[in-house]
Design a protein around this ligand. Structure first.
Ligand code: GDP
Ligand code: IMO
Ligand code: MG
Length: 421
């Protein structure tokens, strides 16, 4: 039995969907523990492509998906996702935490309004209502999954919250009147439809752990979007790091056996905020084109840059990463020369850690080590030793710099384009 946690070590979109799907073959339960439908996890099985936003990736392998208490749920999107999966013959086995917070219509309105108000100082959110929903959770104004299942409770909560939200919407100058009856009817209908899934998932999960079942915890976003250790304030609003999984799933930290950090072989970021290794040149365009770097959720182009090992070391440190999964190594095929950032130059000093002050991050100049590239690789490679020598050297350098062993290398989006080390 094992409890394995998979997290992104960069700015999201590292290939968590692919890696979680791959490891799901051995799992009994696959658990999302934070984030919401700001996430977009892609799974490719043969010619079939699935893009999941809230439902855990393990359901594609027929495993039970748990949406933990730390997730924020947009019920409309979740029901649509379940329906889409049913249509494709992949009816998900699903459990939803009774404590998960619900994204309400005013969260989405306010997410958009705040971003618009900030103008060129915006965060570049996905406008899915994630930040406002987590803010309400902490401010104790949240509505939780269990509240949707009882109309009277929901009515009482809405009576308390809606006037405050209406005031905020009016202040932003948005012409949108929140209709209490309509919201109550719509969201209690969602509650009726989701009721079959809503349960005490933390109890289920701990029972499963005691029965020595295999659990896979599926992170969303990545360390640099963590609200505490990311490029704050250009982050999401949840804890994307290992620590977030125990709170967001309701398990003790001691039960986690493996922490897999996913590292894309280069760097991408969606939205605003500094990106020290960003390439605003032909190489950046090449990575975007070959890597199909367009957001799974918002279709926005992802900014691309060289691999930043200061970032990856920061992630490994904070989350106690025990092994790495390197993804999209194939995207580097054909580049004559590769660069990897090993430290930053900041105000004339060399630093080897990620600074807290956002202006310092923006001022950091990467210090690179240059590698010889490789022309191509065999997509059917089964072992690291089947890969080009220069690619092997690139992988070894990542291991040495992070002091964490590589357990998996992904050389294509499909399930089979995977090398277990
Ligand atoms: P996630 O949010 O971390 O799950 O990542 P996304 O699904 O948003 O983005 C990763 C993209 O890269 C998806 O389109 C995947 O199908 C694709 N992908 C994953 N691993 C590989 C790989 O090793 N090589 C290539 N070429 N594509 C990959
Ligand atoms: P996955 O799980 C990449 C980014 C947004 C924005 C910031 C805040 O697919 O890796 P939010 O809507 O969360 O308030 O936006 O976080 N962001 C992601 N970027 N992948 C994601 O998820 C992301 N989820 C949020 O672009 O910069
Ligand atoms: Mg994604």
């Amino acid at each position: 039995m094992s409890v394995t946690l998979v997290i992104g070590t960069q700015w999201g979109d590292e290939g968590k969907g692919k890696v979680v799907d791959y490891y799901s073959k051995n799992a009994d339960y696959v658990v999302r523990f934070q984030g919401g439908n700001n996430a977009g996890h892609t799974i490719k099985v043969g010619e079939e492509i699935y893009k999941l936003h809230v439902v855990p990736s393990g359901v594609i392998q027929g495993k039970t998906g748990i949406i933990g208490n730390g997730v924020v749920i947009d019920p409309e999107i979740l029901l649509q996702e379940i329906n889409d999966l049913v249509q494709r013959g992949k009816k998900p086995k699903l459990l939803i935490s009774d404590r998960a917070n619900i994204i309400m219509p005013y969260h989405k309105i306010l997410d958009g309004a705040e971003e618009q108000y900030l103008g060129d100082k915006k965060i570049g959110t996905t406008k899915r209502g994630i930040g406002p929903c987590y803010s309400d959770k902490v401010a104790r104004n949240g509505i939780r999954a269990i509240d949707l299942t009882d109309k009277e409770t929901l009515r009482r909560l809405l009576l308390r919250i809606l006037p405050i939200k209406q005031k905020m919407i009016d202040l932003y100058g948005i012409k949108n009147k929140l209709d209490e009856k309509e919201i109550l009817d719509t969201y209690s209908t969602y509650g009726k439809r989701l009721n079959q899934y809503i349960t005490t998932t933390h109890i289920e999960l701990n029972k499963a752990i005691r029965k020595k079942k295999n659990i896979l915890l599926e992170g969303a976003q990545g360390t640099m979007l963590d609200v505490e250790f990311g490029t704050y304030p250009y982050t999401t609003s949840s804890h994307t790091i290992a620590g977030g999984s125990t709170i967001g799933a309701g398990i003790g930290p001691g039960v986690i056996n493996n922490i897999i950090g996913i590292v894309k072989a280069y760097t991408t970021r969606v939205g605003e905020g500094p990106l020290p290794t960003e390439l605003l040149d032909k190489t950046g365009e090449h990575l975007q084109k070959i890597g199909h770097e367009f957001g799974t959720t918002t279709s926005r182009p992802r900014r691309c840059g060289w691999l930043d090992l200061v970032v990856v070391r920061h992630s490994c440190l904070i989350s106690g990463v025990s092994s790495l999964a390197i993804t999209k190594l194939d995207v580097l095929n054909g580049l004559p020369e590769l660069k990897v950032c090993i430290a930053y130059s900041l105000k004339g000093k060399t630093i080897d850690y990620f600074p807290a002050r956002i202006n310092d991050v923006a001022a950091c100049k990467p210090i690179y080590k240059t590698f010889k590239g490789w022309a191509t690789m065999d997509a059917a490679s089964q072992k690291v030793s089947d890969l080009p020598k220069a690619a092997q050297e690139y992988l070894r350098f990542i291991e040495r710099q992070t002091d964490v062993p590589i357990g998996l290398v992904s050389i294509g989006p499909g399930r089979t384009e995977t090398i277990e080390v």
